[in-house]
Design a binder for this molecule. Structure first.
Ligand code: HAM
Length: 426
């Protein structure tokens, strides 16, 4: 019986594993150089943890299970609630601000489609305990720092920055009650994902007044900070915050990647301030990443009123974009062996194995041929394994001599075995 892989999951054969490792190594390197420390949590949590503040979309996509003790659990669809729980647990002893990163494996029962899977990896960076817009800026900067490190330019991607606080101020000024805001955010977040008539119909069900709907749509199509003065007070905290973040991004040298776009609302329920997403310029793919400031999440999980700001970037859309831009192949490190040991006859096999062990214990990556086949076949194996050099143990070994073939130039020389080894070890 052949059992297929589960829908929405991926098998990582060595070439796919090399891509995954390369992406994750980059995430980790950029996190560390921007001053973040790594953390992780369990892969499953109590189900209710994700029902508190993540929003209906994520709740509908949970993989949940009941353990033998009758506890309702869920595989994590995101790590932000775990982060809030972990920080709350040690809130008094952790030095602030907390700058942490993580690369969790996440699970969402989404309908699998381009860039959306049921199991994926997501880079998270979060800063907790710092209200300054500089912290929001740093999250966005670190995101761009990674994306440009891997070769994406401002011609490929745009960071769309917006503010839920500003949107809330505007909606309230239009007479929309505060307790309705959350349900309206969920609809507004769908603006670019739905056909415009469907979107306007759903919005109209929440806001029957056509004039108010028009004003909201006008606000959402503003494309620069100066245009905002027609909608909100220029001196308001929310206005100054978003302006400050964009000015800071400019000052940090990544302004060309960033635009103000009030169309970004975000689907998750816990955001309260600056929000942002990174999209491909052609807007053909789903968001590469998204994040923002959450003022109440720690408190919602029983902690103090401490604010946080962060983002999550999945590996799936990113992988598609890198493939499209042909940025993967030229940057991926290939599997590489320092040495491959070939043997001409069975008598020298033990010597080949012993020499391999010596090389490995000196820190070299080395393999030997399991079978004594024709030398040509063994050399082919050496080249398939991308060996730098092939050491051939033949008749001359009785005189302590080895043939060393440079696999890229094809040049081969006969060397004294002891001298060769001591040269390598020195
Ligand atoms: P999110 O917008 O739900 O935010 O996900 C962020 C990113 O994760 C998406 O832009 C996408 O790259 C990736 N992603 C999400 N769902 C899938 C999926 N089904 N398949 C593949 N990739 C996916 C959050 O998760 C927030 N917790 C991020 C955050 C951290 N906000 C503050 N701190």
């Amino acid at each position: 019986m052949k059992i297929p892989p589960v829908k929405g999951t991926r098998d990582f054969y060595p070439p796919e594993m090399a891509v995954r490792n390369w992406i994750i190594d980059g995430w980790k390197k950029v996190s560390v150089r921007n001053g973040f420390e790594e953390y992780d949590g369990p892969i499953f949590e109590y189900l209710k943890m994700f029902q508190i503040k993540s929003g209906d979309e994520i709740v509908d996509q949970l993989f949940s299970l009941r353990d033998r003790g009758g506890r309702d659990l869920a595989l994590r669809p995101e790590i932000t609630p775990t982060l809030a729980r972990m920080v709350n647990q040690r809130i008094n002893s952790l030095p602030k601000p907390i700058k942490w990163f993580s690369v969790p494996r996440l699970f969402r029962a989404e309908r699998p489609q381009k860039g959306r899977l049921r199991e994926f990896f997501q880079w998270n960076i979060d800063i907790i305990g710092e209200d300054s817009p500089l912290a929001d800026t740093e999250v966005i900067f670190t995101t761009v720092d990674y994306l440009r490190e891997i070769g994406l330019t401002s011609k490929d991607i745009k960071v769309k920055v917006s503010s839920r606080e500003l949107l809330a101020d505007y909606l309230i000024s239009l007479g929309i009650p505060e307790d309705k805001l959350e349900s309206i955010y969920v609809i507004l977040d769908k603006k670019d994902k739905l056909p415009s008539d469907t979107f306007e119909k759903i919005l109209g069900e929440q806001i029957p007044d056509k004039n108010t709907v028009k004003k909201i749509l006008d606000f959402m199509s503003v494309d620069s900070i100066p245009q905002l003065k027609d909608f909100v007070e220029e001196g308001s905290g929310a206005f100054l915050n978003v302006k400050c973040v964009l000015d800071n991004l400019d000052m940090m040298g990544v302004g060309d990647f960033c635009v103000y776009d009030p169309g970004i609302v975000r689907g998750l329920a816990y955001y309260t301030g600056i929000v942002f997403e990174v999209h491909d310029v052609a807007s053909e793919l789903r968001a590469i990443c998204g994040g923002g400031r959450y003022d109440n999440l720690l408190q919602d999980f029983g902690g103090p009123p401490i604010s946080g700001t962060g983002m999550g970037m999945g590996d799936a859309v990113l992988g598609i974009l890198l493939e499209e831009k042909k940025l993967l192949q030229k940057q991926l490190p290939r599997r590489r062996l320092d040495f491959f040991l070939a043997c001409v006859d069975e008598d020298n096999k033990e010597a080949a194995v012993k020499l391999t062990m010596k090389l490995r214990s000196a820190g070299f990556a080395a393999n030997f041929s399991y079978k004594i086949t024709k030398l040509g076949k063994q050399l082919k194996q050496a080249s398939e394994q991308n060996a730098g050099k092939c050491i051939i143990i033949g008749d001359e070994f009785k005189d302590n001599k080895l043939a060393v073939k440079d696999m890229s130039s094809g040049e081969q020389e006969l060397v004294d075995a002891d001298e060769f080894l001591s040269g390598l070890m020195s």
